[in-house]
Design a protein around this ligand. Structure first.
Ligand SMILES: NC(=O)c1ccc[n+]([C@@H]2O[C@H](COP(=O)([O-])OP(=O)(O)OC[C@H]3O[C@@H](n4cnc5c(N)ncnc54)[C@H](OP(=O)(O)O)[C@@H]3O)[C@@H](O)[C@H]2O)c1
Length: 179
């Protein structure tokens, strides 16, 4: 039987839990940039063929001028304002649980949740994450967009790996325990 497709959050936050400033400034991520070090991102993206992200993160990615940031992967952009499909980009306004169930019923690689915070909150409220890979950047931002909001069901996790890197980034890899 093929491995079940997993929903994996791969994201970076400041030590005090922010993924961006309120004006969407993510320049704090630059402090860990290092030639030849991508913190496992390329290897991770080889394990996924589908990406789910919020519309604001999609806009941010577009504003960064990255050409085909997700390659030939299937991309679902969550939005409450329907748009037409563009190539492999589907703008999705339905139930997130239904989308995840449908994707998991198909054969494929894993599914990458690329944030941002509102999107992560929807996943948490519906207990949809199977794995979380969180990179902690050595900075206290003090304010901004929090990765974890409040009011979602308790979800037990097991730490399967922790790595630290020369630039001070610490990467924590958790799997969701369902018993
Ligand atoms: N540090 C990192 O690794 C990292 C990673 C990802 C993102 N970010 C940053 O996070 C910020 C964006 O995060 P965010 O929390 O503000 O926004 P977000 O989650 O990226 O996008 C929020 C938008 O997604 C849509 N949405 C969310 N849930 C939905 C649902 N259940 N059904 C339909 N549509 C839904 C809505 O779009 P509409 O308004 O179109 O209806 C909503 O306004 C950006 O600054 C980005 O750069 C940082």
């Amino acid at each position: 039987m093929p491995n079940e497709r997993k929903i994996i959050l791969y994201i970076a936050m400041s030590l005090d839990g922010f993924i961006a400033k309120h004006d969407d400034d993510i320049s704090f991520l630059a402090q860990v940039e290092q030639e030849g070090e991508d913190y496992g991102y390329s290897a991770f993206t080889q394990t996924v063929d589908t990406v789910i992200l919020g519309r604001k993160t999609y806009d941010k990615v577009l504003s960064m001028g990255l050409k085909e940031p997700y390659g030939d992967r299937q991309v679902f952009v969550l939005t409450r304002n329907p748009h037409h499909k563009i190539d492999k980009i589907t703008f999705y306004s339905g139930s997130l649980s239904d989308l995840v169930s449908s994707l998991k019923s198909e054969t494929g690689k894993h599914i990458f949740c690329d944030g941002g915070a509102e999107t992560v909150h929807q996943f948490l409220q519906n207990d949809l994450f199977d794995e979380l890979i969180i990179s902690i950047i050595p900075i206290l931002l003090g304010d901004g967009i929090r990765l974890f909001g409040q009011c979602f069901p308790e979800q037990k996790l097991r730490l399967v790996e922790s790595k630290s890197f020369e630039k001070g980034l610490v990467q924590l890899h958790y799997i969701r325990i369902r018993d």
